[in-house]
Design a protein around this ligand. Structure first.
Ligand code: GCU
Length: 410
């Protein structure tokens, strides 16, 4: 079957009733291997030199915006360190990662490194929603400072300690030989629309006027993940060539974009990233481009909203965001009750990206039958599961991520 026919077949199969997840709009995906000038990509080299840069430009100019280079004065200060975390399982380190000389702009990274290690260990890195202190009951984890809180959304209420502890299975991750690092995403760019006067936009853009391609918040959070990786490169206990970037929901959109913009990330995990993450936009199932741009305009560059209600006119779709991770391992996870994030659309972005992995001589997920709930699938460097239950990150998800990472990072 020709590539075009296969894509059409995929589109048709994708709209067959999948009762658990409902119907979607009929669609035809753009071929990730078709250059804008119509040529077909036939080699790895052509992908790397021509098509990948073309797609990066597409995502930058029309969706996430153009991220700047590194911070003007990136420097690190260890604020606290102790080898006694989790009853001696790990060393906890809290590090201030500053972006400017005066330290007006910084994030606080919380790291746990397993004590039982022979050499440098692989790591998971991901931003968190509610603050480092909310990811664990470890009482030594610092609360956000008053100074930091003053930069967050007016009226922000500090979540309780351990409020999101169920999302961070630290002891499980550590006991499997991985370090884990996280920071609160508001540290990099507070998640509300104030016209980009807060967070690193202000630092990095200065007085430059914004245009339709200027970076939004997802791009800023991804930039923050890259600055953390800059730090991890200086930590001897970590093998910085083996860092998996992970994120949930809006931060799953962010981990995918971080994986695209920063090819130092060795493995990329999207947990329930949904619309504008892994989910195929053309399906218009659950959250749509129009809905996301209405509720969260600051996440994207201004151009993105012009595709609201016109997804079929997008010159790309989200399988091409997955393709930008190739040939590195990528994992896309969904939850069965998370219809808003369109689990079927998330699955089909893997299938749509598989031809690019194939170009690298790698197998990928190609079945047009969406896997059953809690029937994880790993093919080549692609992994997938649909966890039973709601939008969340739970131990079930972490078990799958650790076992996927074991194949590539150990
Ligand atoms: C909202 C939004 C989603 C996003 C989610 C989250 O539901 O519509 O796009 O993924 O928030 O980040 O939790």
């Amino acid at each position: 079957m020709s590539k075009t026919l296969r894509l059409i077949a995929l589109a048709i199969l994708a709209v067959l009733p999948i009762s658990a997840f409902g119907q979607a709009n009929p669609y035809e995906l753009p071929d990730p291997l078709r250059m804008e000038d119509g040529r077909l990509v036939r080699s790895k080299r052509q992908w790397i030199k021509e098509r990948r840069p073309e797609l990066m430009e597409m995502f930058r100019s029309r969706m996430f915006g153009r991220e700047p280079g590194t911070a003007p004065d990136l420097h690190f200060e260890v604020l606290e360190e102790s080898p006694d975390a989790f009853g001696g399982l790990a060393t906890r380190r809290q590090v201030k990662i500053s972006f400017d000389k005066d330290e007006n702009y910084y994030l606080v990274l919380l790291m746990y490194i397993p004590n039982n290690r022979k050499g440098p260990v692989p790591a998971f890195l991901g931003a968190n929603f509610k603050g480092n202190h909310a990811t664990t009951d470890d009482p030594a984890v610092m609360m956000p400072s008053k100074e930091k809180l003053a930069t967050y959304q007016p009226g922000y209420v500090v979540p309780d300690r351990n409020a999101n502890g169920h999302r961070w299975s630290y002891e499980y991750i550590l006991s499997h030989g991985y370090a884990v690092a996280t920071f609160c995403y508001h540290d990099v760019d507070p998640d509300y629309h104030d016209g980009f006067h807060n967070g690193v936009h202000k630092l990095m853009d200065g007085d430059n006027p914004r245009d339709n391609e200027s970076w939004g918040s997802i791009s800023a959070w991804a930039w923050g993940l890259s600055r953390c990786l800059d730090y991890l490169e200086t930590v001897k206990a970590i093998d910085s060539r083996k860092v998996a970037v992970i994120g949930h929901s809006r931060l799953g959109k962010t981990s995918l974009w971080a994986g695209a913009t920063d090819q130092r990330f060795a493995l990329v995990i999207s947990n329930d990233s949904g619309c504008s993450g892994a989910a195929i936009a053309r399906r218009k199932h659950g959250e749509t481009v129009e809905a996301i741009c209405r509720s969260f305009p600051h996440w994207f560059c201004a151009n993105y909203s012009s595709y609201g209600g016109k997804e079929e006119t997008m010159p790309w779709d989200q399988h091409e965001l997955i393709a930008l991770i190739a040939p590195r391992p990528v994992y896309v996870a969904s939850a069965s009750e998370d219809d808003w994030a369109d689990p079927v659309g998330e699955y089909f972005s893997l299938v749509g990206a598989a031809p690019v992995y194939r170009l690298f001589g790698l197998d990928g997920i190609t079945s047009t039958t969406v896997p059953e709930i809690e029937n994880p699938v790993v093919v080549g460097r692609m992994g997938h599961h649909i966890r039973r239950g709601a939008h969340n990150v739970l131990i079930y998800d972490w078990e799958r991520y650790v076992s996927f990472a074991d194949r590539f990072l150990k």
